[in-house]
Design a protein around this ligand. Sequence first.
Ligand code: GUN
Ligand code: FE
Length: 454
Amino acid sequence: MNTYAQVFQGTAFTSQSPKEIKVLKDHLFCIDENGVIAKILAPIDIAYNDVLKEYENTDAFHRINEGTYILPGFIDLHVHAPQWIQAGTALDIPLNDWLNTYTFPTEAKFADVDFATKVYADVVDTLLANGTTTALYFATIHKEASIVLAKTCAEKGQRGLVGKVVMDDPEQTPSFYKDADTKTALADTEEFIVAVKELGKSTKQGVYPVVTPRFIPSCTDEALRGLGELAKKYDTHIQSHCSESDWAHGYVQERFGKNDAQALNDFGLLQDKSVMAHSNFLTDEDAQLFADTGSAIAHCPVSNAYFANSVIPIARFMAMGVEIGLGSDISGGFSPSLYDNTRQAVISSRMLEDGVDSSLPATTRGVPNSRITLNEAFYLVTAGGGESLSLPIGRLEVGFAWDAQMIDTRTANARLPIYEVDKKEIDIFEKIIYLARPENIREVWVQGEKVHTR
Ligand code: GUN
Ligand code: FE
């Protein structure tokens, strides 16, 4: 019997550190039967030729064509699956109006399980086709439809972390879209957790339940406290929105006399497996609380350009040791592509820096040291996402899941501008991250299984 379930031969890019990309040229990636990377061999390694000889004429062997490169799968730390049906809609109005006029009526439609089944299949297919191998989803308040989203991930092979959304505060939620009451919200969440935990056991890649208070304004104190307890009891991930816009941030200040981070922590909602979307207005003290509790930020740069009323100082939070990954925030962000969000993460950070040149006297135009590099943005969308979720994903390294995307730079009608003068692989890496489109994503693998082909 062969030692490995599969062996891939090709050139790959993975993060070595936030600043450095590791180029693995013509390496062998040996995958075990659990879909985990068991060994990586360089051409100079003694075992390289033996493994090659043993596998190259078998079905377990995959030679990646010249011009095609292997990247880790991307990790979306914040995506509202039901909002896919309104992607690109009404982004010119403020967050609270957008929620009440568009988003809550949209999500209310998912009481219809058949409708949810159809839309969720489309969402998961779309994300996989964009190279997203793991997604942390908000579903809706509906228990049944939320379980459908988890099942869809299980069936399609995506690593899905799914939350049934809690909105129980009658003052802040519309009568047509709210949990019946606090007790029901907590009971439904507990049943959802048990069902999805069970479902996850039958998957290779893992599907997980997530405790999901929508944001502080939509939840009563009792619900927030109860959700913190449920997360502890079942050791689940937790997600919510934190300090997103002036309005949301101000509301929490008025209700509790403190910022979101402190309030969430008081309810037991900041812990190692917590991922808080946006978190634009964290003070240094709030950010330190994130770092101390191991809570992560889902940075959503496209969405933030519309709803945040600010640019998040991501470089500052990275330097403080906060775990950070990227999120599409469909549909606050219009794009299902984490490529778009990686590019926007770089662009937004440079807007915050806004022309400050350290060789010139300080100006009031921007904040020094705000920019992040493309390598750092790539780190966030891969390794940073894995750290945020406390899962062994996001890196092409021994012990990590084989979650990968094969990027064909020579796809007809989507050829990247790579010529003989591009001698360095790292130039090709940069072109892929800035220019690749879904047409270039030829194959997507999750936990050693092929889940998308184009
Ligand atoms: N805050 C509360 N709910 C939402 C939502 O659905 N999207 C965004 N961007 N922010 C929110
Ligand atoms: Fe959101």
